[in-house]
Design a protein around this ligand. Sequence first.
Ligand code: ATP
Ligand code: MG
Length: 389
Amino acid sequence: MNPNACILIHYHEISLKGDNRRWFEKVFKRNVRTQVKPLPFTSVETKAARVFIFGVDANRWNEYATELKKVMGLMNAHLMHSVEPEMDAMKAMATELIATKKFETFRVSTKRQYKNFPFTSQEVNQEIGAHLQPICNKRVKLKGADLNVVIELVNDKAYIGVDKIHGYGGLPVGTGEHAISLISSGIDSPVSSFEMIKRGVSLSYVHFHSAPATSRQSIKNVERLLEVIAGYQIKCDLYNIPLLAIQEKIMETAPSKLWVILFRRAMMRMAEQIAEQIDAVALITGENVGQVASQTLSNMRATADAVERPILRPLAGMNKEDIINRAREIGTYEISIEPYEDCCAFFVPIHPETRANLEEVREIESSIDMTGLYETAMENVEKLTIGGK
Ligand code: ATP
Ligand code: MG
């Protein structure tokens, strides 16, 4: 094990945060530490707007990379080997590193924060490149090289590496406030949750089920999805809420074209009650303009009217293909496409309203006797905690 192996991390927007920067860095470092906890390291430190994980086991880089990919705010991470900031030492290390790689073209990319170093970044690129070229006998290519030998001169050390991952960027989880995400076991809401986590927001989740009219499979699928998503925020709480009695009452009284909107209003209200209990300030959904009949602007307005908290819809303007790609990338797609009976899909009428009239929705809703139904549903909420390291 190379005792000088470390991981050098560049973070994303944290550096734009002015006075709050120290706090953002602190939360970021804490999240890095938590994610790499199962792996060996000696310390996590900030130096010159970079975060270093010292004392890592270079042979387990792939495992660190998997964990670090889950840290929001991370722009990229390099496996590095530190040497004295002298040309000869740098050449020797670069030679050793490229010997482990297969490539046809390469380049050297230097960043110099250590201004006392007697060469410019460009000079280092040229000198190290010229040294490596006859050794490997491969071509230098500045754009799109197979192998990038990265050198960073930070404080009084040189860090050299050839392994790198890109993160999702964004902001560290815990720097945003707390919100409730309404999660189904479909494709969209896990992605919308991820997009909010990426902005630093801590999420708790509510899922509505229609058991026993539908199987409890949707609950199982949501739990599995949250095991994936919890990876990005470390751990989270899920509130499973029974919706069936409320749905039955709505279906008994209201015209079928308004069922879905009325179900949604009921969901929003109960999600807001949970938000109230746990001090969450916003609600998140996976709605996407025009994707299905229930997701027109008029219907979103008619739904949003039921609650006072802002509803954020991070996928509102995305195309389905991009949402699916994102779901694949974050690891939720395969679970989302498994068959299940959704609480709303199960009761969807043939001709749902596509342009709800808010006044009409309010009027019909007020004519339904909901006495005791919300209270009973809220008394039967099942809470569980998912994830954690
Ligand atoms: P998804 O893929 O997230 O299920 P969708 O395209 O199927 O979304 P809808 O079924 O109309 O769309 O649901 C819109 C949004 O309402 C969902 O993204 C989710 O935020 C919320 N939602 C729908 N069903 C449930 C449920 N059973 N429990 C909690 N939230 C739900
Ligand atoms: Mg759905």
